[in-house]
Write a protein that binds this ligand. Structure first.
Ligand SMILES: Nc1nc2c(ncn2[C@@H]2O[C@H](COP(=O)(O)OP(=O)(O)OP(=O)(O)O)[C@@H](O)[C@H]2O)c(=O)[nH]1
Ligand SMILES: [Mg+2]
Length: 318
């Protein structure tokens, strides 16, 4: 699912102004061509103006609603991400408000078209023009908050990771700074940011092994379920809802104590998915430590071994 092609939702004033400008531009050309007496000309022009404004606003409203993913098409992963950060009900409510505005503008268009058509003098036409615009733009004002909400939702959506469904997925998990992103870089062609401090990875990074395996490099999480922040929620949901398998990275050099790392491991086991343990930093770690982990968790230390294990798991998957 990709959300980065959702176009920005502007402020309502932008749409009102654009609709007026568009009408002005088109009427400038039309004005030179139309025939008839003053009243007839005025009717033709103002009917056309109203139609252009209505069409522009209706198209803009439709376009905004359509450019967002429809809630019913979302995978559970995205549904829960959106639930956690934006709100599914709030999103539906705003789409509803935009649809309401579209209908209301249509009604006003029909009402004032009829008034203009029946007008007996140009004064009445001018009054109908002013009144129709006032009421149409006031409908927009009533959904101002919804426009703003959708724009802030869009900003969250475009930053969500692009995670495919229907492909074998392994999530790389572990404490901050243990070497998860380094491992993703070694397993795939992806070039995630790697740095010698905790919380380098701010969102889920995606890489692929051939076209068979999707790898999710999750941000480092601490061992806590309560009070998860947005970054931890993303990692948690990816492991819970997307991963077929979890690669748990242990750092034997103890940036974080092994005891804490083992507690997180136990919690991750509870997702009920197969977990492969990988020990990082074996080039600088104490050999004894590495051996202990290898023994206890049947851990791997070699990237090509891990790759082999992952590919075997794809083949084994029913
Ligand atoms: N010597 C050595 N250093 C490593 C190894 N793997 C990772 N590092 C270093 O450990 C630090 C953290 O690596 P990252 O890959 O950014 O760790 P991370 O787990 O993705 O960290 P967060 O994104 O903050 O959770 C970096 O300075 C890496 O260069 C390794 O196998 N050997
Ligand atoms: Mg990282």
């Amino acid at each position: 699912m990709a959300f980065n092609d959702i176009k920005p939702v502007e402020k309502i004033d932008v749409y009102s102004k654009k609709s007026l400008n568009k009408a002005d531009d088109k009427l400038r050309i039309l004005r030179k061509r139309i025939k008839g007496n003053r009243l007839e000309k005025s009717k033709t022009l103002e009917l056309r103006r109203l139609e252009i404004i209505r069409n522009y606003l209706a198209d803009s409203l439709d376009y905004i609603v359509k450019s967002f993913p429809s809630v019913k098409d979302l995978t559970e992963f995205y549904r829960q991400l959106i639930s956690a950060n934006i709100g599914i009900e709030e999103l539906k409510k705003s789409f509803g408000a935009l649809n309401w505005a579209r209908k209301k503008i249509d009604e006003l268009f029909r009402k004032y078209s009829s008034i203009i058509r029946k007008a007996k003098d140009t004064k009445n036409i001018t009054r109908a023009r002013k009144e129709s615009q006032g009421r149409i733009f006031s409908v927009l004002k009533q959904v101002k908050k919804d426009f703003e909400f959708l724009e802030s939702a869009r900003k969250t959506l475009v930053n969500l990771p692009v995670v495919k469904s229907g492909i074998f997925t392994a999530a790389i998990a572990g404490f901050p700074n243990v070497g998860k992103s380094t491992l993703l870089g070694k397993l795939s062609k992806s070039k995630p940011k790697v740095a010698g401090y905790a919380f380098t990875t701010k969102g889920i990074m995606v890489g692929y092994i051939e076209k068979e395996i999707q790898l999710l490099d999750t941000p480092g999480t601490l061992d806590r379920v309560e009070k998860m922040n947005w970054i931890e929620i993303q990692a948690h949901l990816a492991m819970k809802l997307v991963a077929d398998m979890i690669v748990y990275v242990f750092d034997p050099t103890e940036t974080y104590s092994l005891k804490k790392q083992e507690m997180l491991y136990k919690r991750i086991k509870k997702f009920g998915k197969p977990v492969v343990v990988f020990v990082s930093k074996t080039d600088i770690a104490e050999e004894e430590r590495v051996d202990e982990l290898k023994e206890k968790y049947d851990a791997l230390t070699d990237v090509s071994e891990l790759k082999k294990r992952l590919l075997e798991s794809v083949a084994d998957k029913p």
